[in-house]
Design a protein around this ligand. Sequence first.
Ligand code: FAD
Ligand code: FES
Length: 266
Amino acid sequence: MQRIVEQPVMARVLERRDEAADLRTLWLERDMAFQPGQFVMVWIPELDEKPYTISALRPGRIALTVRRRGVFSSRLSDLRPGESVGLRGPYGKGYAIKPRGVLVAGGCGLAVLAPLKDALPDAPLIFGARTRGELLFLDRFPDMLLCTDDGSAGQRGFPTDLLRPRLERGEVGVVYTCGPEVMMKAVFDLCERHGVECQAALERYMKCGFGLCAQCACGDQRVCLDGPVFDSAALRRMEEFGHWARLKSGRRVTLNEYGNWRSCRP
Ligand SMILES: Cc1cc2nc3c(=O)[nH]c(=O)nc-3n(C[C@H](O)[C@H](O)[C@H](O)COP(=O)(O)OP(=O)(O)OC[C@H]3O[C@@H](n4cnc5c(N)ncnc54)[C@H](O)[C@@H]3O)c2cc1C
Ligand code: FES
């Protein structure tokens, strides 16, 4: 059974690596069994605590891939080897592995799918970004099927353009996706048309991270506890999926207004 750490335990930064202009991977000293798609709550004392996905695992260490946005993520990205943060978790439900899976990532959403690709090295991985400069993990996954909105790397177009022919040929048993929610909604709709299961990792504003405060509610689901990965049956019931999210205040806004760290927008 998985061990969940309920109180923050400090973990030392061992190493950091720049992945793209505003994206950095921090390796932290910690042994942690987790399912790809699960997340940890990261605590910077006297500042705040926020959710981050585990983007890689090696013996005795886990990685977080952080996009610099506001105060918290900038402080986290700037931590140097030897400095520490508090970690609790892992929390939530990750991806459920099934036969003939295809992974579809958009922008920084690849950080969430990366440990799943490590576990399924033969599964095709489709990765889309707006432009060449936003591509990441090119060395880690040299067999990725790339596309960019502007055609500067891989095929010009969207991840759905690369997924569609595979679905039409009946090659796909399940699609695992993570990226901007509008992309995941398009992937889900395409899977629905072909009767193929889709598992999508959602992002909503989180406070407690383990089902207590309801801040992260999406329809009748708590994203931190019932997700963040949801299957087609759950996604079908969520009217907010692809349309709405709630700010820290609880106010419901469009996804555009909410923003999304996975879109890699400057
Ligand atoms: C399950 C989950 C996994 C995540 N994994 C990663 C990851 O691997 N790498 C990464 O860079 N970011 C990840 N995030 C986003 C991360 O938690 C922070 O929101 C983000 O780093 C911006 O924080 P900030 O305070 O610097 O920016 P701010 O400027 O304060 O916020 C920018 C935006 O981030 C979102 N946000 C801020 N605080 C939270 C919060 N407590 N919970 C959810 N969203 C919030 C809101 O959309 C907000 O508008 C994840 C979020 C969730 C819910
Ligand atoms: S963050 Fe508190 S219930 Fe999900």
